[in-house]
Design a protein around this ligand. Structure first.
Ligand SMILES: Cc1cc2nc3c(=O)[nH]c(=O)nc-3n(C[C@H](O)[C@H](O)[C@H](O)COP(=O)(O)OP(=O)(O)OC[C@H]3O[C@@H](n4cnc5c(N)ncnc54)[C@H](O)[C@@H]3O)c2cc1C
Length: 392
């Protein structure tokens, strides 16, 4: 590929999904605000991510875009409903379309930046820059940030690691009458008509008449009938209009991702291992990783400095995946028991922000037998997976 006629930028961001858009926003809000960014938006029209939820006790880079926040959460597990009052954390949701609109508005405001619609066809590294082609355009950048990801690339070694899938299907509903309590969100409601622990709903009301109802399943299932049944028999809702839908599948594996980074290309988002294996949440991990990129570029002049992921939490993820896979009927009770004590601590734990002592405090009241069995099976699986006689 020739450099001739290439347009010059400091940073080329490949993919205008969650990590690409938020990285551009975080760069524009930082000491790097005078750098030139090109964002390559290769999203298909049917890319169907609509809402992004997360929790946090402190401000985040996307606070201005948050549509709704909740401190009162409900769980509905095997032993009935449980109401949780958060003290420091807040559960929050923003709309992907708002992130997209705001990021592009800001990029297009400055002549320094460029947004290109199209798929990156090739990415080639030179000594001190990267060349990226989109259609017949060639872009030259000092650094590229790559969020392209195909699930097939993951290549999970299933002899050693879990390879579950979290299937999402969400509906944003509008009702003709007041129906929802916008101060109260349902975080996990396991009353889906599938084997216990293999599916749950969450309900995030944005107003008295509008809510996201999302079904998450760990086994293949036809979502519509489950959704209609849930609306009628659990929410008592018959009159509604569907105003938006979202769907997708997230891989759940503790296998470490090999970030596809190289000398001048830094992986971001899912390819950088930002999806939390046991929960399927990624947003705050993406924002933290982006912040590390911005810091590293500002201080060191390259984007690669970041703290390593914790192998302790990865082991805990693996145990949780073992339970989801082999004893899912235990999972609702485990979440109910953990949230019953200190909900803020559970959310910090799921975000890997707890100390060892806090982890022990969380685990102590749980029934030990399923965990001991899960740990035993996980160790056996790892040993089998690495033994010379085992295939692969
Ligand atoms: C339905 C669903 C709901 C989710 N909800 C939440 C949630 O509420 N909270 C949370 O924390 N996490 C959530 N996640 C998990 C995670 O945050 C998302 O998957 C998120 O989109 C990951 O961000 P990303 O940038 O890695 O990938 P993406 O957002 O998928 O971005 C990658 C982008 O790259 C583009 N692309 C691919 N190839 C090319 C190419 N050659 N050239 C240019 N562009 C290209 C794609 O079209 C895409 O737009 C959800 C996941 C799914 C599937």
């Amino acid at each position: 590929m020739s450099d001739l006629g290439a347009q010059d930028f400091d940073y080329c961001i490949i993919g205008a999904g969650v990590s690409g858009l938020s990285l551009a926003m975080q760069m524009m809000d930082s000491a790097l605000s005078d750098r030139a960014i090109v964002l390559i938006d290769g999203a298909d029209d049917d890319d169907a991510l609509r809402t992004l939820s997360f929790w946090s006790a402190k401000p985040t880079a996307l606070d201005a875009l948050v549509r709704h926040r909740w401190r009162t959460l409900e769980l509905h597990g095997s032993d009935g409903p449980k109401t949780i009052e958060l003290r420091s954390e807040q559960y929050q949701t923003l709309f992907f379309a708002d992130l997209q609109r705001e990021c592009k508005r800001r990029l297009l405001e400055s002549r320094r930046h460029l947004v290109i619609e199209g798929r990156a066809r090739s990415v080639e590294e030179r000594d001190d820059h990267v060349l990226v082609t989109v259609g017949d355009r060639t872009l030259r950048a000092k650094w590229a940030f790559d969020s392209r990801f195909k699930r097939g690339e993951l290549g999970v070694d299933t002899a050693r690691w879990h390879a579950l899938e979290q299937r999402f299907r969400g509906w944003v509903l509008r009702t003709p009458h007041d129906h929802f309590d916008p101060d109260r969100a349902t975080l996990m409601d396991f009353r889906a008509e599938l084997p216990a622990g293999t599916a749950f709903f969450y309900v995030l009301p944005f107003s008295k008449r509008e809510a996201l109802v999302e079904l998450v399943t760990l086994i293949p299932a036809e979502p519509e009938p489950l959704f209609e049944k849930y609306l009628a028999s659990v929410l008592g809702l018959r009159e509604y209009e569907i105003v938006a839908q979202e769907a997708g599948v997230s891989p759940m594996t503790e296998q470490p991702f090999e970030p596809r980074s190289s000398a001048r290309v830094r992986a971001i988002g899912i390819p950088a291992g930002r999806l939390k294996a046991s929960t399927g949440y990624a947003l705050t991990r993406i924002l933290d990783d982006n912040a590390a990129i911005v810091r590293s570029l500002s201080v060191l002049g390259h984007p690669f400095e970041r703290s390593a992921d914790s192998s302790f939490y990865r082991a805990l993820d693996a145990v949780m995946l073992e339970l989801w896979e082999r004893e899912p009927e235990r999972v609702p009770g485990i979440f109910a028991a953990m949230f019953g004590r200190s909900p803020d601590r559970v959310l910090r734990f799921l975000d890997e922000r707890t100390t060892l002592l806090e982890v022990l405090q969380l685990i102590a009241p749980l029934p030990p037998t399923p965990f001991i069995r899960a740990i035993g099976r996980w160790i056996a699986r790892r040993l089998d997976g690495v033994s010379p006689s085992s295939p692969g």
